[in-house]
Design a protein. Structure first.
Length: 224
């Protein structure tokens, strides 16, 4: 089970990873808060993008839907995307459409998280672009992002998100970001492979029953 303590311990070990979090009012979190379990996105040096889902996957596609929103704004390659459930913390992950209770239901997941996930993706993208601009000594306005690759056509420089993650992690998140015009969407509104299909078919997915069985086994060992 993912607890607040274990989440913090895990993220603390991810040296060089870029984490982006938001307050419930939508403003970017401070650098310190971005290390707390309100981070919605984690970009690791190995180029994987882990999205923390505040809404539970109940078979309705929440994980894939939320991941698509964020991946769209950051211009990621879909193959980079991973999804993890958010820890129990209604203050950070409360559903604002139902009074702040941490719950999934009533067809609220996409509507509730739409703006939040878009801002998270756009903020991470802006930080990666700024990191590349500083590294290459070029204007950020001349840099493009596509499929998880940051490029500058004038100099021929290219870098993956993983290459830039540690540099971007040291930057202050911008207070304002520009969201994509819907006409430029490449993932939203398109059919993408569900992020939960493979683990549910190869047996690697974990369910409540798995955690219960593991707890029972641990208890039996202690009693014996």
């Amino acid at each position: 089970m993912v607890t607040r303590r274990s989440f913090l311990q895990t993220t603390a070990l991810l040296a060089g990873a870029l984490l982006v979090g938001f307050r419930l009012d939508g403003r970017p979190a401070t650098a310190a808060e971005a290390l707390a379990p309100n981070a919605f996105i984690r970009i690791a040096p190995d180029n994987t993008i882990t999205i923390i889902s505040k809404h539970t996957e109940l078979g309705q596609g929440s994980y894939t839907g939320l991941a698509t929103i964020l991946a769209e704004e950051i211009d990621a390659d879909w193959g980079q995307i991973r999804v993890e459930p958010a820890p129990a913390d209604a203050k950070r992950y409360g559903n604002r459409l139902v009074g702040g209770v941490q719950m999934t239901g009533g067809s609220t997941s996409m509507a509730e998280a739409w703006d939040e996930m878009r801002r998270a993706g756009a903020t991470a993208r802006a930080m990666l672009v700024e990191a590349a601009a500083r590294e290459w000594g070029v204007p950020a306005s001349e840099i493009t992002v596509d499929g998880g690759v940051v490029s500058h056509s004038g100099s021929g420089r290219r870098a993956t998100f993983g290459d830039l993650a540690s540099k971007a992690a040291g930057l202050t998140p911008p207070s304002q970001v520009t969201l994509k015009d819907p006409k430029d969407f490449k993932l939203v509104g398109k059919r993408v492979p569900r992020v939960d299909s493979r683990p549910k078919t190869d047996g690697s997915a974990q369910f409540t029953a798995d955690f219960t069985a593991a707890l029972d086994e641990l208890t039996d060992r202690k009693l014996s």
